[in-house]
Design a protein around this ligand. Structure first.
Ligand SMILES: Nc1ncnc2c1ncn2[C@@H]1O[C@H](COP(=O)(O)OP(=O)(O)OP(=O)(O)O)[C@@H](O)[C@H]1O
Ligand SMILES: [Mg+2]
Length: 256
């Protein structure tokens, strides 16, 4: 695989919700280790595009390639199977369980014989693995055995994003983030920001949807702007400025 093969590439994507054309001929790609900021006003089609990437919606037209291989997703499981993980705003963590359990959810290690036959989960191993994975990501969060219901919003967001990272870390992959910092304060936003940078450094491709322009400007290598379902800009951050980006978002600036 060459350096230039995108981790994820969408071509000519069109998606209708009844009469609403939410996406109209959108091309999009993200490279391994790249952070792409996906911007646009309310209703521009950002979440819809993420849902196409994550297999939650099937496009009316268009093609999807993962690591250069044409593919079609019927469900989010299909996308997850090839290393694409979406982090939703509502997080989907299991509140009463601890951090380690949440990180390993669905892939819990079993204890050795004879406990494995009756499905005893190896909590020690789980906490060890989780601590290892988080430290590779540079995450220092609450102790692994603390229930998620006792975490703050920001800590939960970090766990949710870390979980997605842990799932794709071994194989490389793509993480889709829809407004990951919308509900967070300054310090918690910093935490999530650091985590996003660390994930990219591990080779994970990241698509970041946000209304927070300074955040996007801090993190993104490339910026893509949607306006009423069409892509109006796709440009390296170093080749543009925030005024232009705002112009594309509002429609004041002509499409590239
Ligand atoms: N389930 C749905 N059924 C019908 N129309 C929808 C549905 N979801 C989104 N839309 C419409 O599709 C368009 C794009 O919506 P989308 O949620 O992708 O926008 P967005 O860019 O994520 O906006 P926001 O910044 O407000 O989250 C909008 O016109 C919206 O009303
Ligand atoms: Mg949205």
């Amino acid at each position: 695989m060459s350096q230039t093969t995108p981790a994820l590439k969408l071509s000519n994507i069109e998606l209708h919700y009844g009469y609403v054309r939410a996406l109209d001929g959108v091309d999009f790609h993200v490279q391994p280790g790249e952070i792409v900021g996906l911007l646009g006003d309310n209703g521009a089609g950002k979440s819809t595009l993420l849902k196409v990437m994550s297999g939650a919606h099937r496009p009316t037209h268009g093609t999807i390639e993962v690591n250069g291989q044409a593919t079609a997703f019927h469900t989010p499981k299909d996308a997850a199977a090839v290393g694409i993980q979406m982090v939703y705003q509502d997080l989907a963590l299991v509140e009463a369980q601890d951090i380690a359990t949440n990180l390993q959810l669905g892939r819990e290690p079993l204890r050795g014989f004879p406990f494995n036959i009756i499905g005893f989960v190896d909590h020690k191993a789980m906490q060890r693995t989780s601590a290892e994975q988080l430290s590779r990501l540079g995450v220092r969060t609450a102790p692994m055995n603390r229930p998620v219901e006792m975490l703050s919003g920001g800590q939960r967001q970090v766990v949710a994003i870390s979980r997605a990272a842990v799932r794709v870390m071994e194989s490389g992959g793509v993480i889709l983030l829809d407004e990951p910092t919308a509900a967070l304060g300054y310090e918690q936003t910093q935490l999530v920001e650091e985590l996003i940078v660390k994930m990219a450094q591990q080779g994970i491709a990241i698509v970041l949807v946000t209304h927070n322009l300074p955040l996007c400007y801090n993190l993104a290598h490339r910026i893509v702007v949607l306006n009423r379902g069409r892509k109006v800009a796709d440009i390296a951050k170093t080749e543009t400025d925030m005024d232009s980006v705002v112009g594309w978002i509002t429609g004041a600036k002509k499409a590239m």
